[in-house]
Design a binder for this molecule. Sequence first.
Ligand code: NAD
Length: 470
Amino acid sequence: MTDYTDNKYSELFKNQKSQHLQVGNTTYKERIKKLKNLKVALEKTYKQELRDALYKDFKKPTLETDLTEIYPVIDEINFVKKHLKSWLKRQKVDTPISLLGSSSWIKNESKGVCLIISPWNFPVNLTFGPLVSAIAAGNTVILKPSEMTPHTSKVMSKIVSALFNENEIALVEGEVEVSQELLKLPFNHIFFTGSPQVGKIVMKSAAEHLTSVTLELGGKSPAIIDDSSNLDKAVKKIIFGKFLNAGQTCIAPDYLFINENIKPQFVNSFKKQLNEFYTENVSNSNSFGRIVNKKHFDRLRGYLEDAKSRNAEIAIGGTSEEKDNFIEPTLVFNAEEDSELMQNEIFGPILPVKTYTSISRVLEDINSREKPLALYIFSKNKKVIGEIINNTRAGSTCINHNLLQFLNHNLPFGGANNSGIGKSHGYFGFLEFTNQRSVLKQHTLSAVDLLTPPYSSFKQKLVDLTIKWF
Ligand code: NAD
């Protein structure tokens, strides 16, 4: 037995542990009821409080809160409502002839007590999204949202305590130390969303108890605009994807490749589109958010200073306002490979652009880095699209748009190696929180019973026949 009695959260953990079979044996109707309550809380009861909290935390525009925080969770709940009954059904599988007289099935059962640690950039979406999957799979859950969006965490805590018994679902607020303490406990599954650096810490802690993990991480996601694409349309979509949430989106295009031929048109189109979205004075636009805190504001300003000091070309933007952590949408050419901008995940409204003359160079560049969470291709040329997809690896790809792959629950969402382990959304999210128990039931005499000791030459012949024919 693991001794974790000195841990601040051991009581909560133990109480959840004692409930986990009961919760795991709830019917699909009981689970749907919980999800419906969560839906009403998000759609009606707490919607305005969540909007206000996210505005207080980092001036998230209301429309963005509705579209990127509330809607995806409601959509996930609707999807689960439609499919949960079939996901929980015993899944019969074929039984080979060598096991004649038996039948086999998979029982999708809960893992037990789960921990969900979430980041600050889409705090509602990335806390309650995985919670929907965990509830669907019948788990008890402890949620730990980020300390960087405290107003939003407070409202989420209110929602959780209003809807659930804490021995089933609890939310704990607090600093990083809270996560560190929770990570010492022998959870049955940990679902972590955050940076690759902290992902490694989570995986090491999980290894202590051989706890399974889902790691939804980040990194540098490239986008490519090929000269066959409709440039204005591609630019409009990239600006939407990159500057939504002020660039603080895990699947935002981090850096961009454009064909050298189209550079002047590209810059003109970019300027024009930025003005249309945010006017000439972006800091007055109510459609553009802020950097979450001073630490990240300073980090981004540092990246820009570093690029400028190495003679990078700031083609658009480059200004910032310290008083409310505003960084202007910025386009940078010629950032050196070892600069901060090209070495780190940017996670802010700065877009470095690289020009290319041959796609093979682009592929070499992408493949010299960690596998990205997302890779975007803007092209009308099927051959080029195929060449890029077949010669790279990434968590997801969207062709002729960006971010949208996140919204299709029929697609698994996640990274590969440095950008993540495991998948979320829809059935894939449900499976992360599910133990697929294999069950084989023997009905009549089994052929294997003929092969028990003492071994004889006759039994050896039977084994030889089995290997040859079955
Ligand atoms: P982060 O890794 O700093 O923090 C994530 C969570 O981990 C927070 O709740 C934080 O309290 C906790 N944490 C931080 N340090 C810890 C430690 N030493 N021990 C234990 N817990 C710790 O990430 P962030 O700054 O909140 O979010 C930005 C990162 O998340 C980016 O890399 C981004 O790409 C990634 N992200 C990924 C996805 C995805 O779905 N793949 C979504 C959003 C963000």
